[in-house]
Design a protein around this ligand. Structure first.
Ligand SMILES: *Cc1c(COP(=O)(O)O)cnc(C)c1O
Ligand SMILES: [Zn+2]
Length: 433
């Protein structure tokens, strides 16, 4: 499989030992030869595969194999029928954000409960094909759960680095239950990434973080699936939370593929939402916006200023040095995109709205709806417009957050729904209501 540096465009062949970065420090991206692909034929093929129940094409990622990893051998693919997640229109979310229509893309419905599965099946399969048998990641909890699940399905070993503080117990427990060799450490996700960059090769580990270009290819399937569900006509806005910025990167690549191949004839605008305590990308983009050509290649080559002590209740966004920031900038360039940051309070309130709508998500995911609401209030998104919000992780990924909101009422009373204790022997039938 061929890759190219996303910055200096230097080509490399992806083989063992696996590489993730170019000498210039740029991340690699996969190069495809899409010549000869016919979008109408592919649309029919993708449609037919929706009725698959047993082959690799039952997966909502591998359904689009031709656009993701055409050279990967079918026998190498480790899959758990990931993707195939719901796209739900939510009137409650639209009312909350004051826009005409909102759809929630529930990546929370993936087999390990987060969107990480879309990219992870591609990364683990590629590493397996290269001959790796030990897989590793640094994680705020969902990457480790996803990797641990795929390693278990494929009878491989997984080593996962998780910060000792600030990670949801639900995710740590899920990872060890699947059999990951879990190592906690003092520090942040960013420190774990730096460790793996320095030591993975000597340890024979295949790194499954989003610095791995296969993760990004797999995650393109999220926008492919949305586009297919909407009959290849996307709404005006696509709103997603930004932590390591892998989704922001994958979304741009996926949209570029769909647009350049002729699957869609109009690009949505993309909004990346960061949590206030961990928003280095938003600060970078805001600083560029002061210049006359904010997203142009000519604006003096920008650099991200890492946040040394990221802190947000949305633990999946607790990332101070997002590896994919340059790729995410490309996405903003392509889609005339924007960024915004939201407070933990706004995130927790938006989460309560999404939960109450019956769809549910973990705190980080709700940054999307909180961001949409803020962008409407700021006048950047018009109330007559339509949007898809990406829900990245499952409601049960952070049960402590549910307690805080509904029982502790730490985040206001707007939707708080505390249970009431009753004595069934003393209460009359009517009093229970
Ligand atoms: C990983 C994760 C994020 C952050 O996504 P990036 O692609 O790294 O920006 C957001 N929400 C949840 C639930 C996650 O697990
Ligand atoms: Zn380079």
């Amino acid at each position: 499989m061929k890759a190219v540096c996303s910055e200096c465009r230097k080509e490399t062949e992806l083989k063992s030992p696996m590489r993730y970065e170019c000498e210039c420090g740029g991340l690699l991206e996969i190069v495809h030869d899409f010549s000869g692909l016919d979008p109408d034929k592919l649309k029919r093929l993708f449609h037919e595969r929706r009725s698959e129940r047993s082959t690799i094409y039952a997966s909502g990622v591998w359904r689009y194999k031709e656009l993701i990893a055409p050279e990967l051998g079918e026998q190498s693919i480790i899959t758990k029928q990931e993707g195939n997640t719901g796209l739900y229109e939510s009137r409650r979310a639209a009312e909350y954000a004051s826009v005409r229509r909102v759809w929630l893309k529930a990546q929370s419905e993936n087999p390990s409960g987060s969107f990480k599965d879309n990219g992870m099946t591609a990364a683990v399969s590629h590493g397996y094909e290269l001959g790796y048998r030990r897989f590793a990641c640094s994680s705020t909890g969902n990457t480790s759960s996803s990797l641990a699940m795929y390693a278990a399905i494929g009878s491989q070993a997984s080593v996962v680095l998780v910060p000792r503080n600030g990670v949801s117990d639900n995710k740590v427990l899920q990872s060890i239950a699947y059999g990951a060799e879990l190592r906690t450490f003092e520090g942040t996700y960013d420190d774990g990434i730096a460790f793996l960059k320095a030591h993975a090769e000597e340890l024979g580990l295949y790194v499954c973080n989003s610095i791995n270009p296969l993760r990004i290819e797999g995650q393109k399937s999220i926008i492919f699936e949305i586009a297919q569900d909407m009959d290849w006509k996307l709404p005006e806005w696509f709103i997603l939370p930004g932590g390591a910025l892998s989704n922001a990167a994958a979304l741009g690549r996926g949209l570029y593929d769909l647009f350049s191949l002729g699957f869609i004839d109009k690009l949505p605008r993309v909004a990346v939402v960061q949590a206030e305590g961990a928003s280095p990308f938003h600060r970078l983009v805001a600083s560029l916006a002061g210049h006359d050509t904010p997203h142009s290649q000519h604006a003096a080559s920008p650099r991200i200023q890492p946040e040394p002590q990221p802190h947000t209740r949305a633990s999946a966004l607790n990332i101070g040095n997002p590896p994919s920031w340059r790729k995410a900038l490309h996405t903003l360039n392509l889609t005339h995109g924007v960024t915004v940051s939201v407070s933990d309070f706004d995130i927790m309130e938006a989460k309560a709205v999404i939960d109450r709508s019956g769809i549910g998500c973990e705190p980080a995911s709700a940054a999307s709806l909180a961001g949409l609401r803020k962008l409407v209030l700021d006048g950047i998104i018009h109330p007559e417009q339509t949007a898809v919000c990406l829900l990245t992780g499952h409601l049960l990924k952070d049960t402590e957050a549910i307690k805080e909101y509904h029982i502790g009422q730490r985040w206001g009373k707007f939707m708080a729904n505390a249970p009431r204790h009753v004595d069934l022997n003393r209460i009359s039938g009517l009093e229970i209501l």
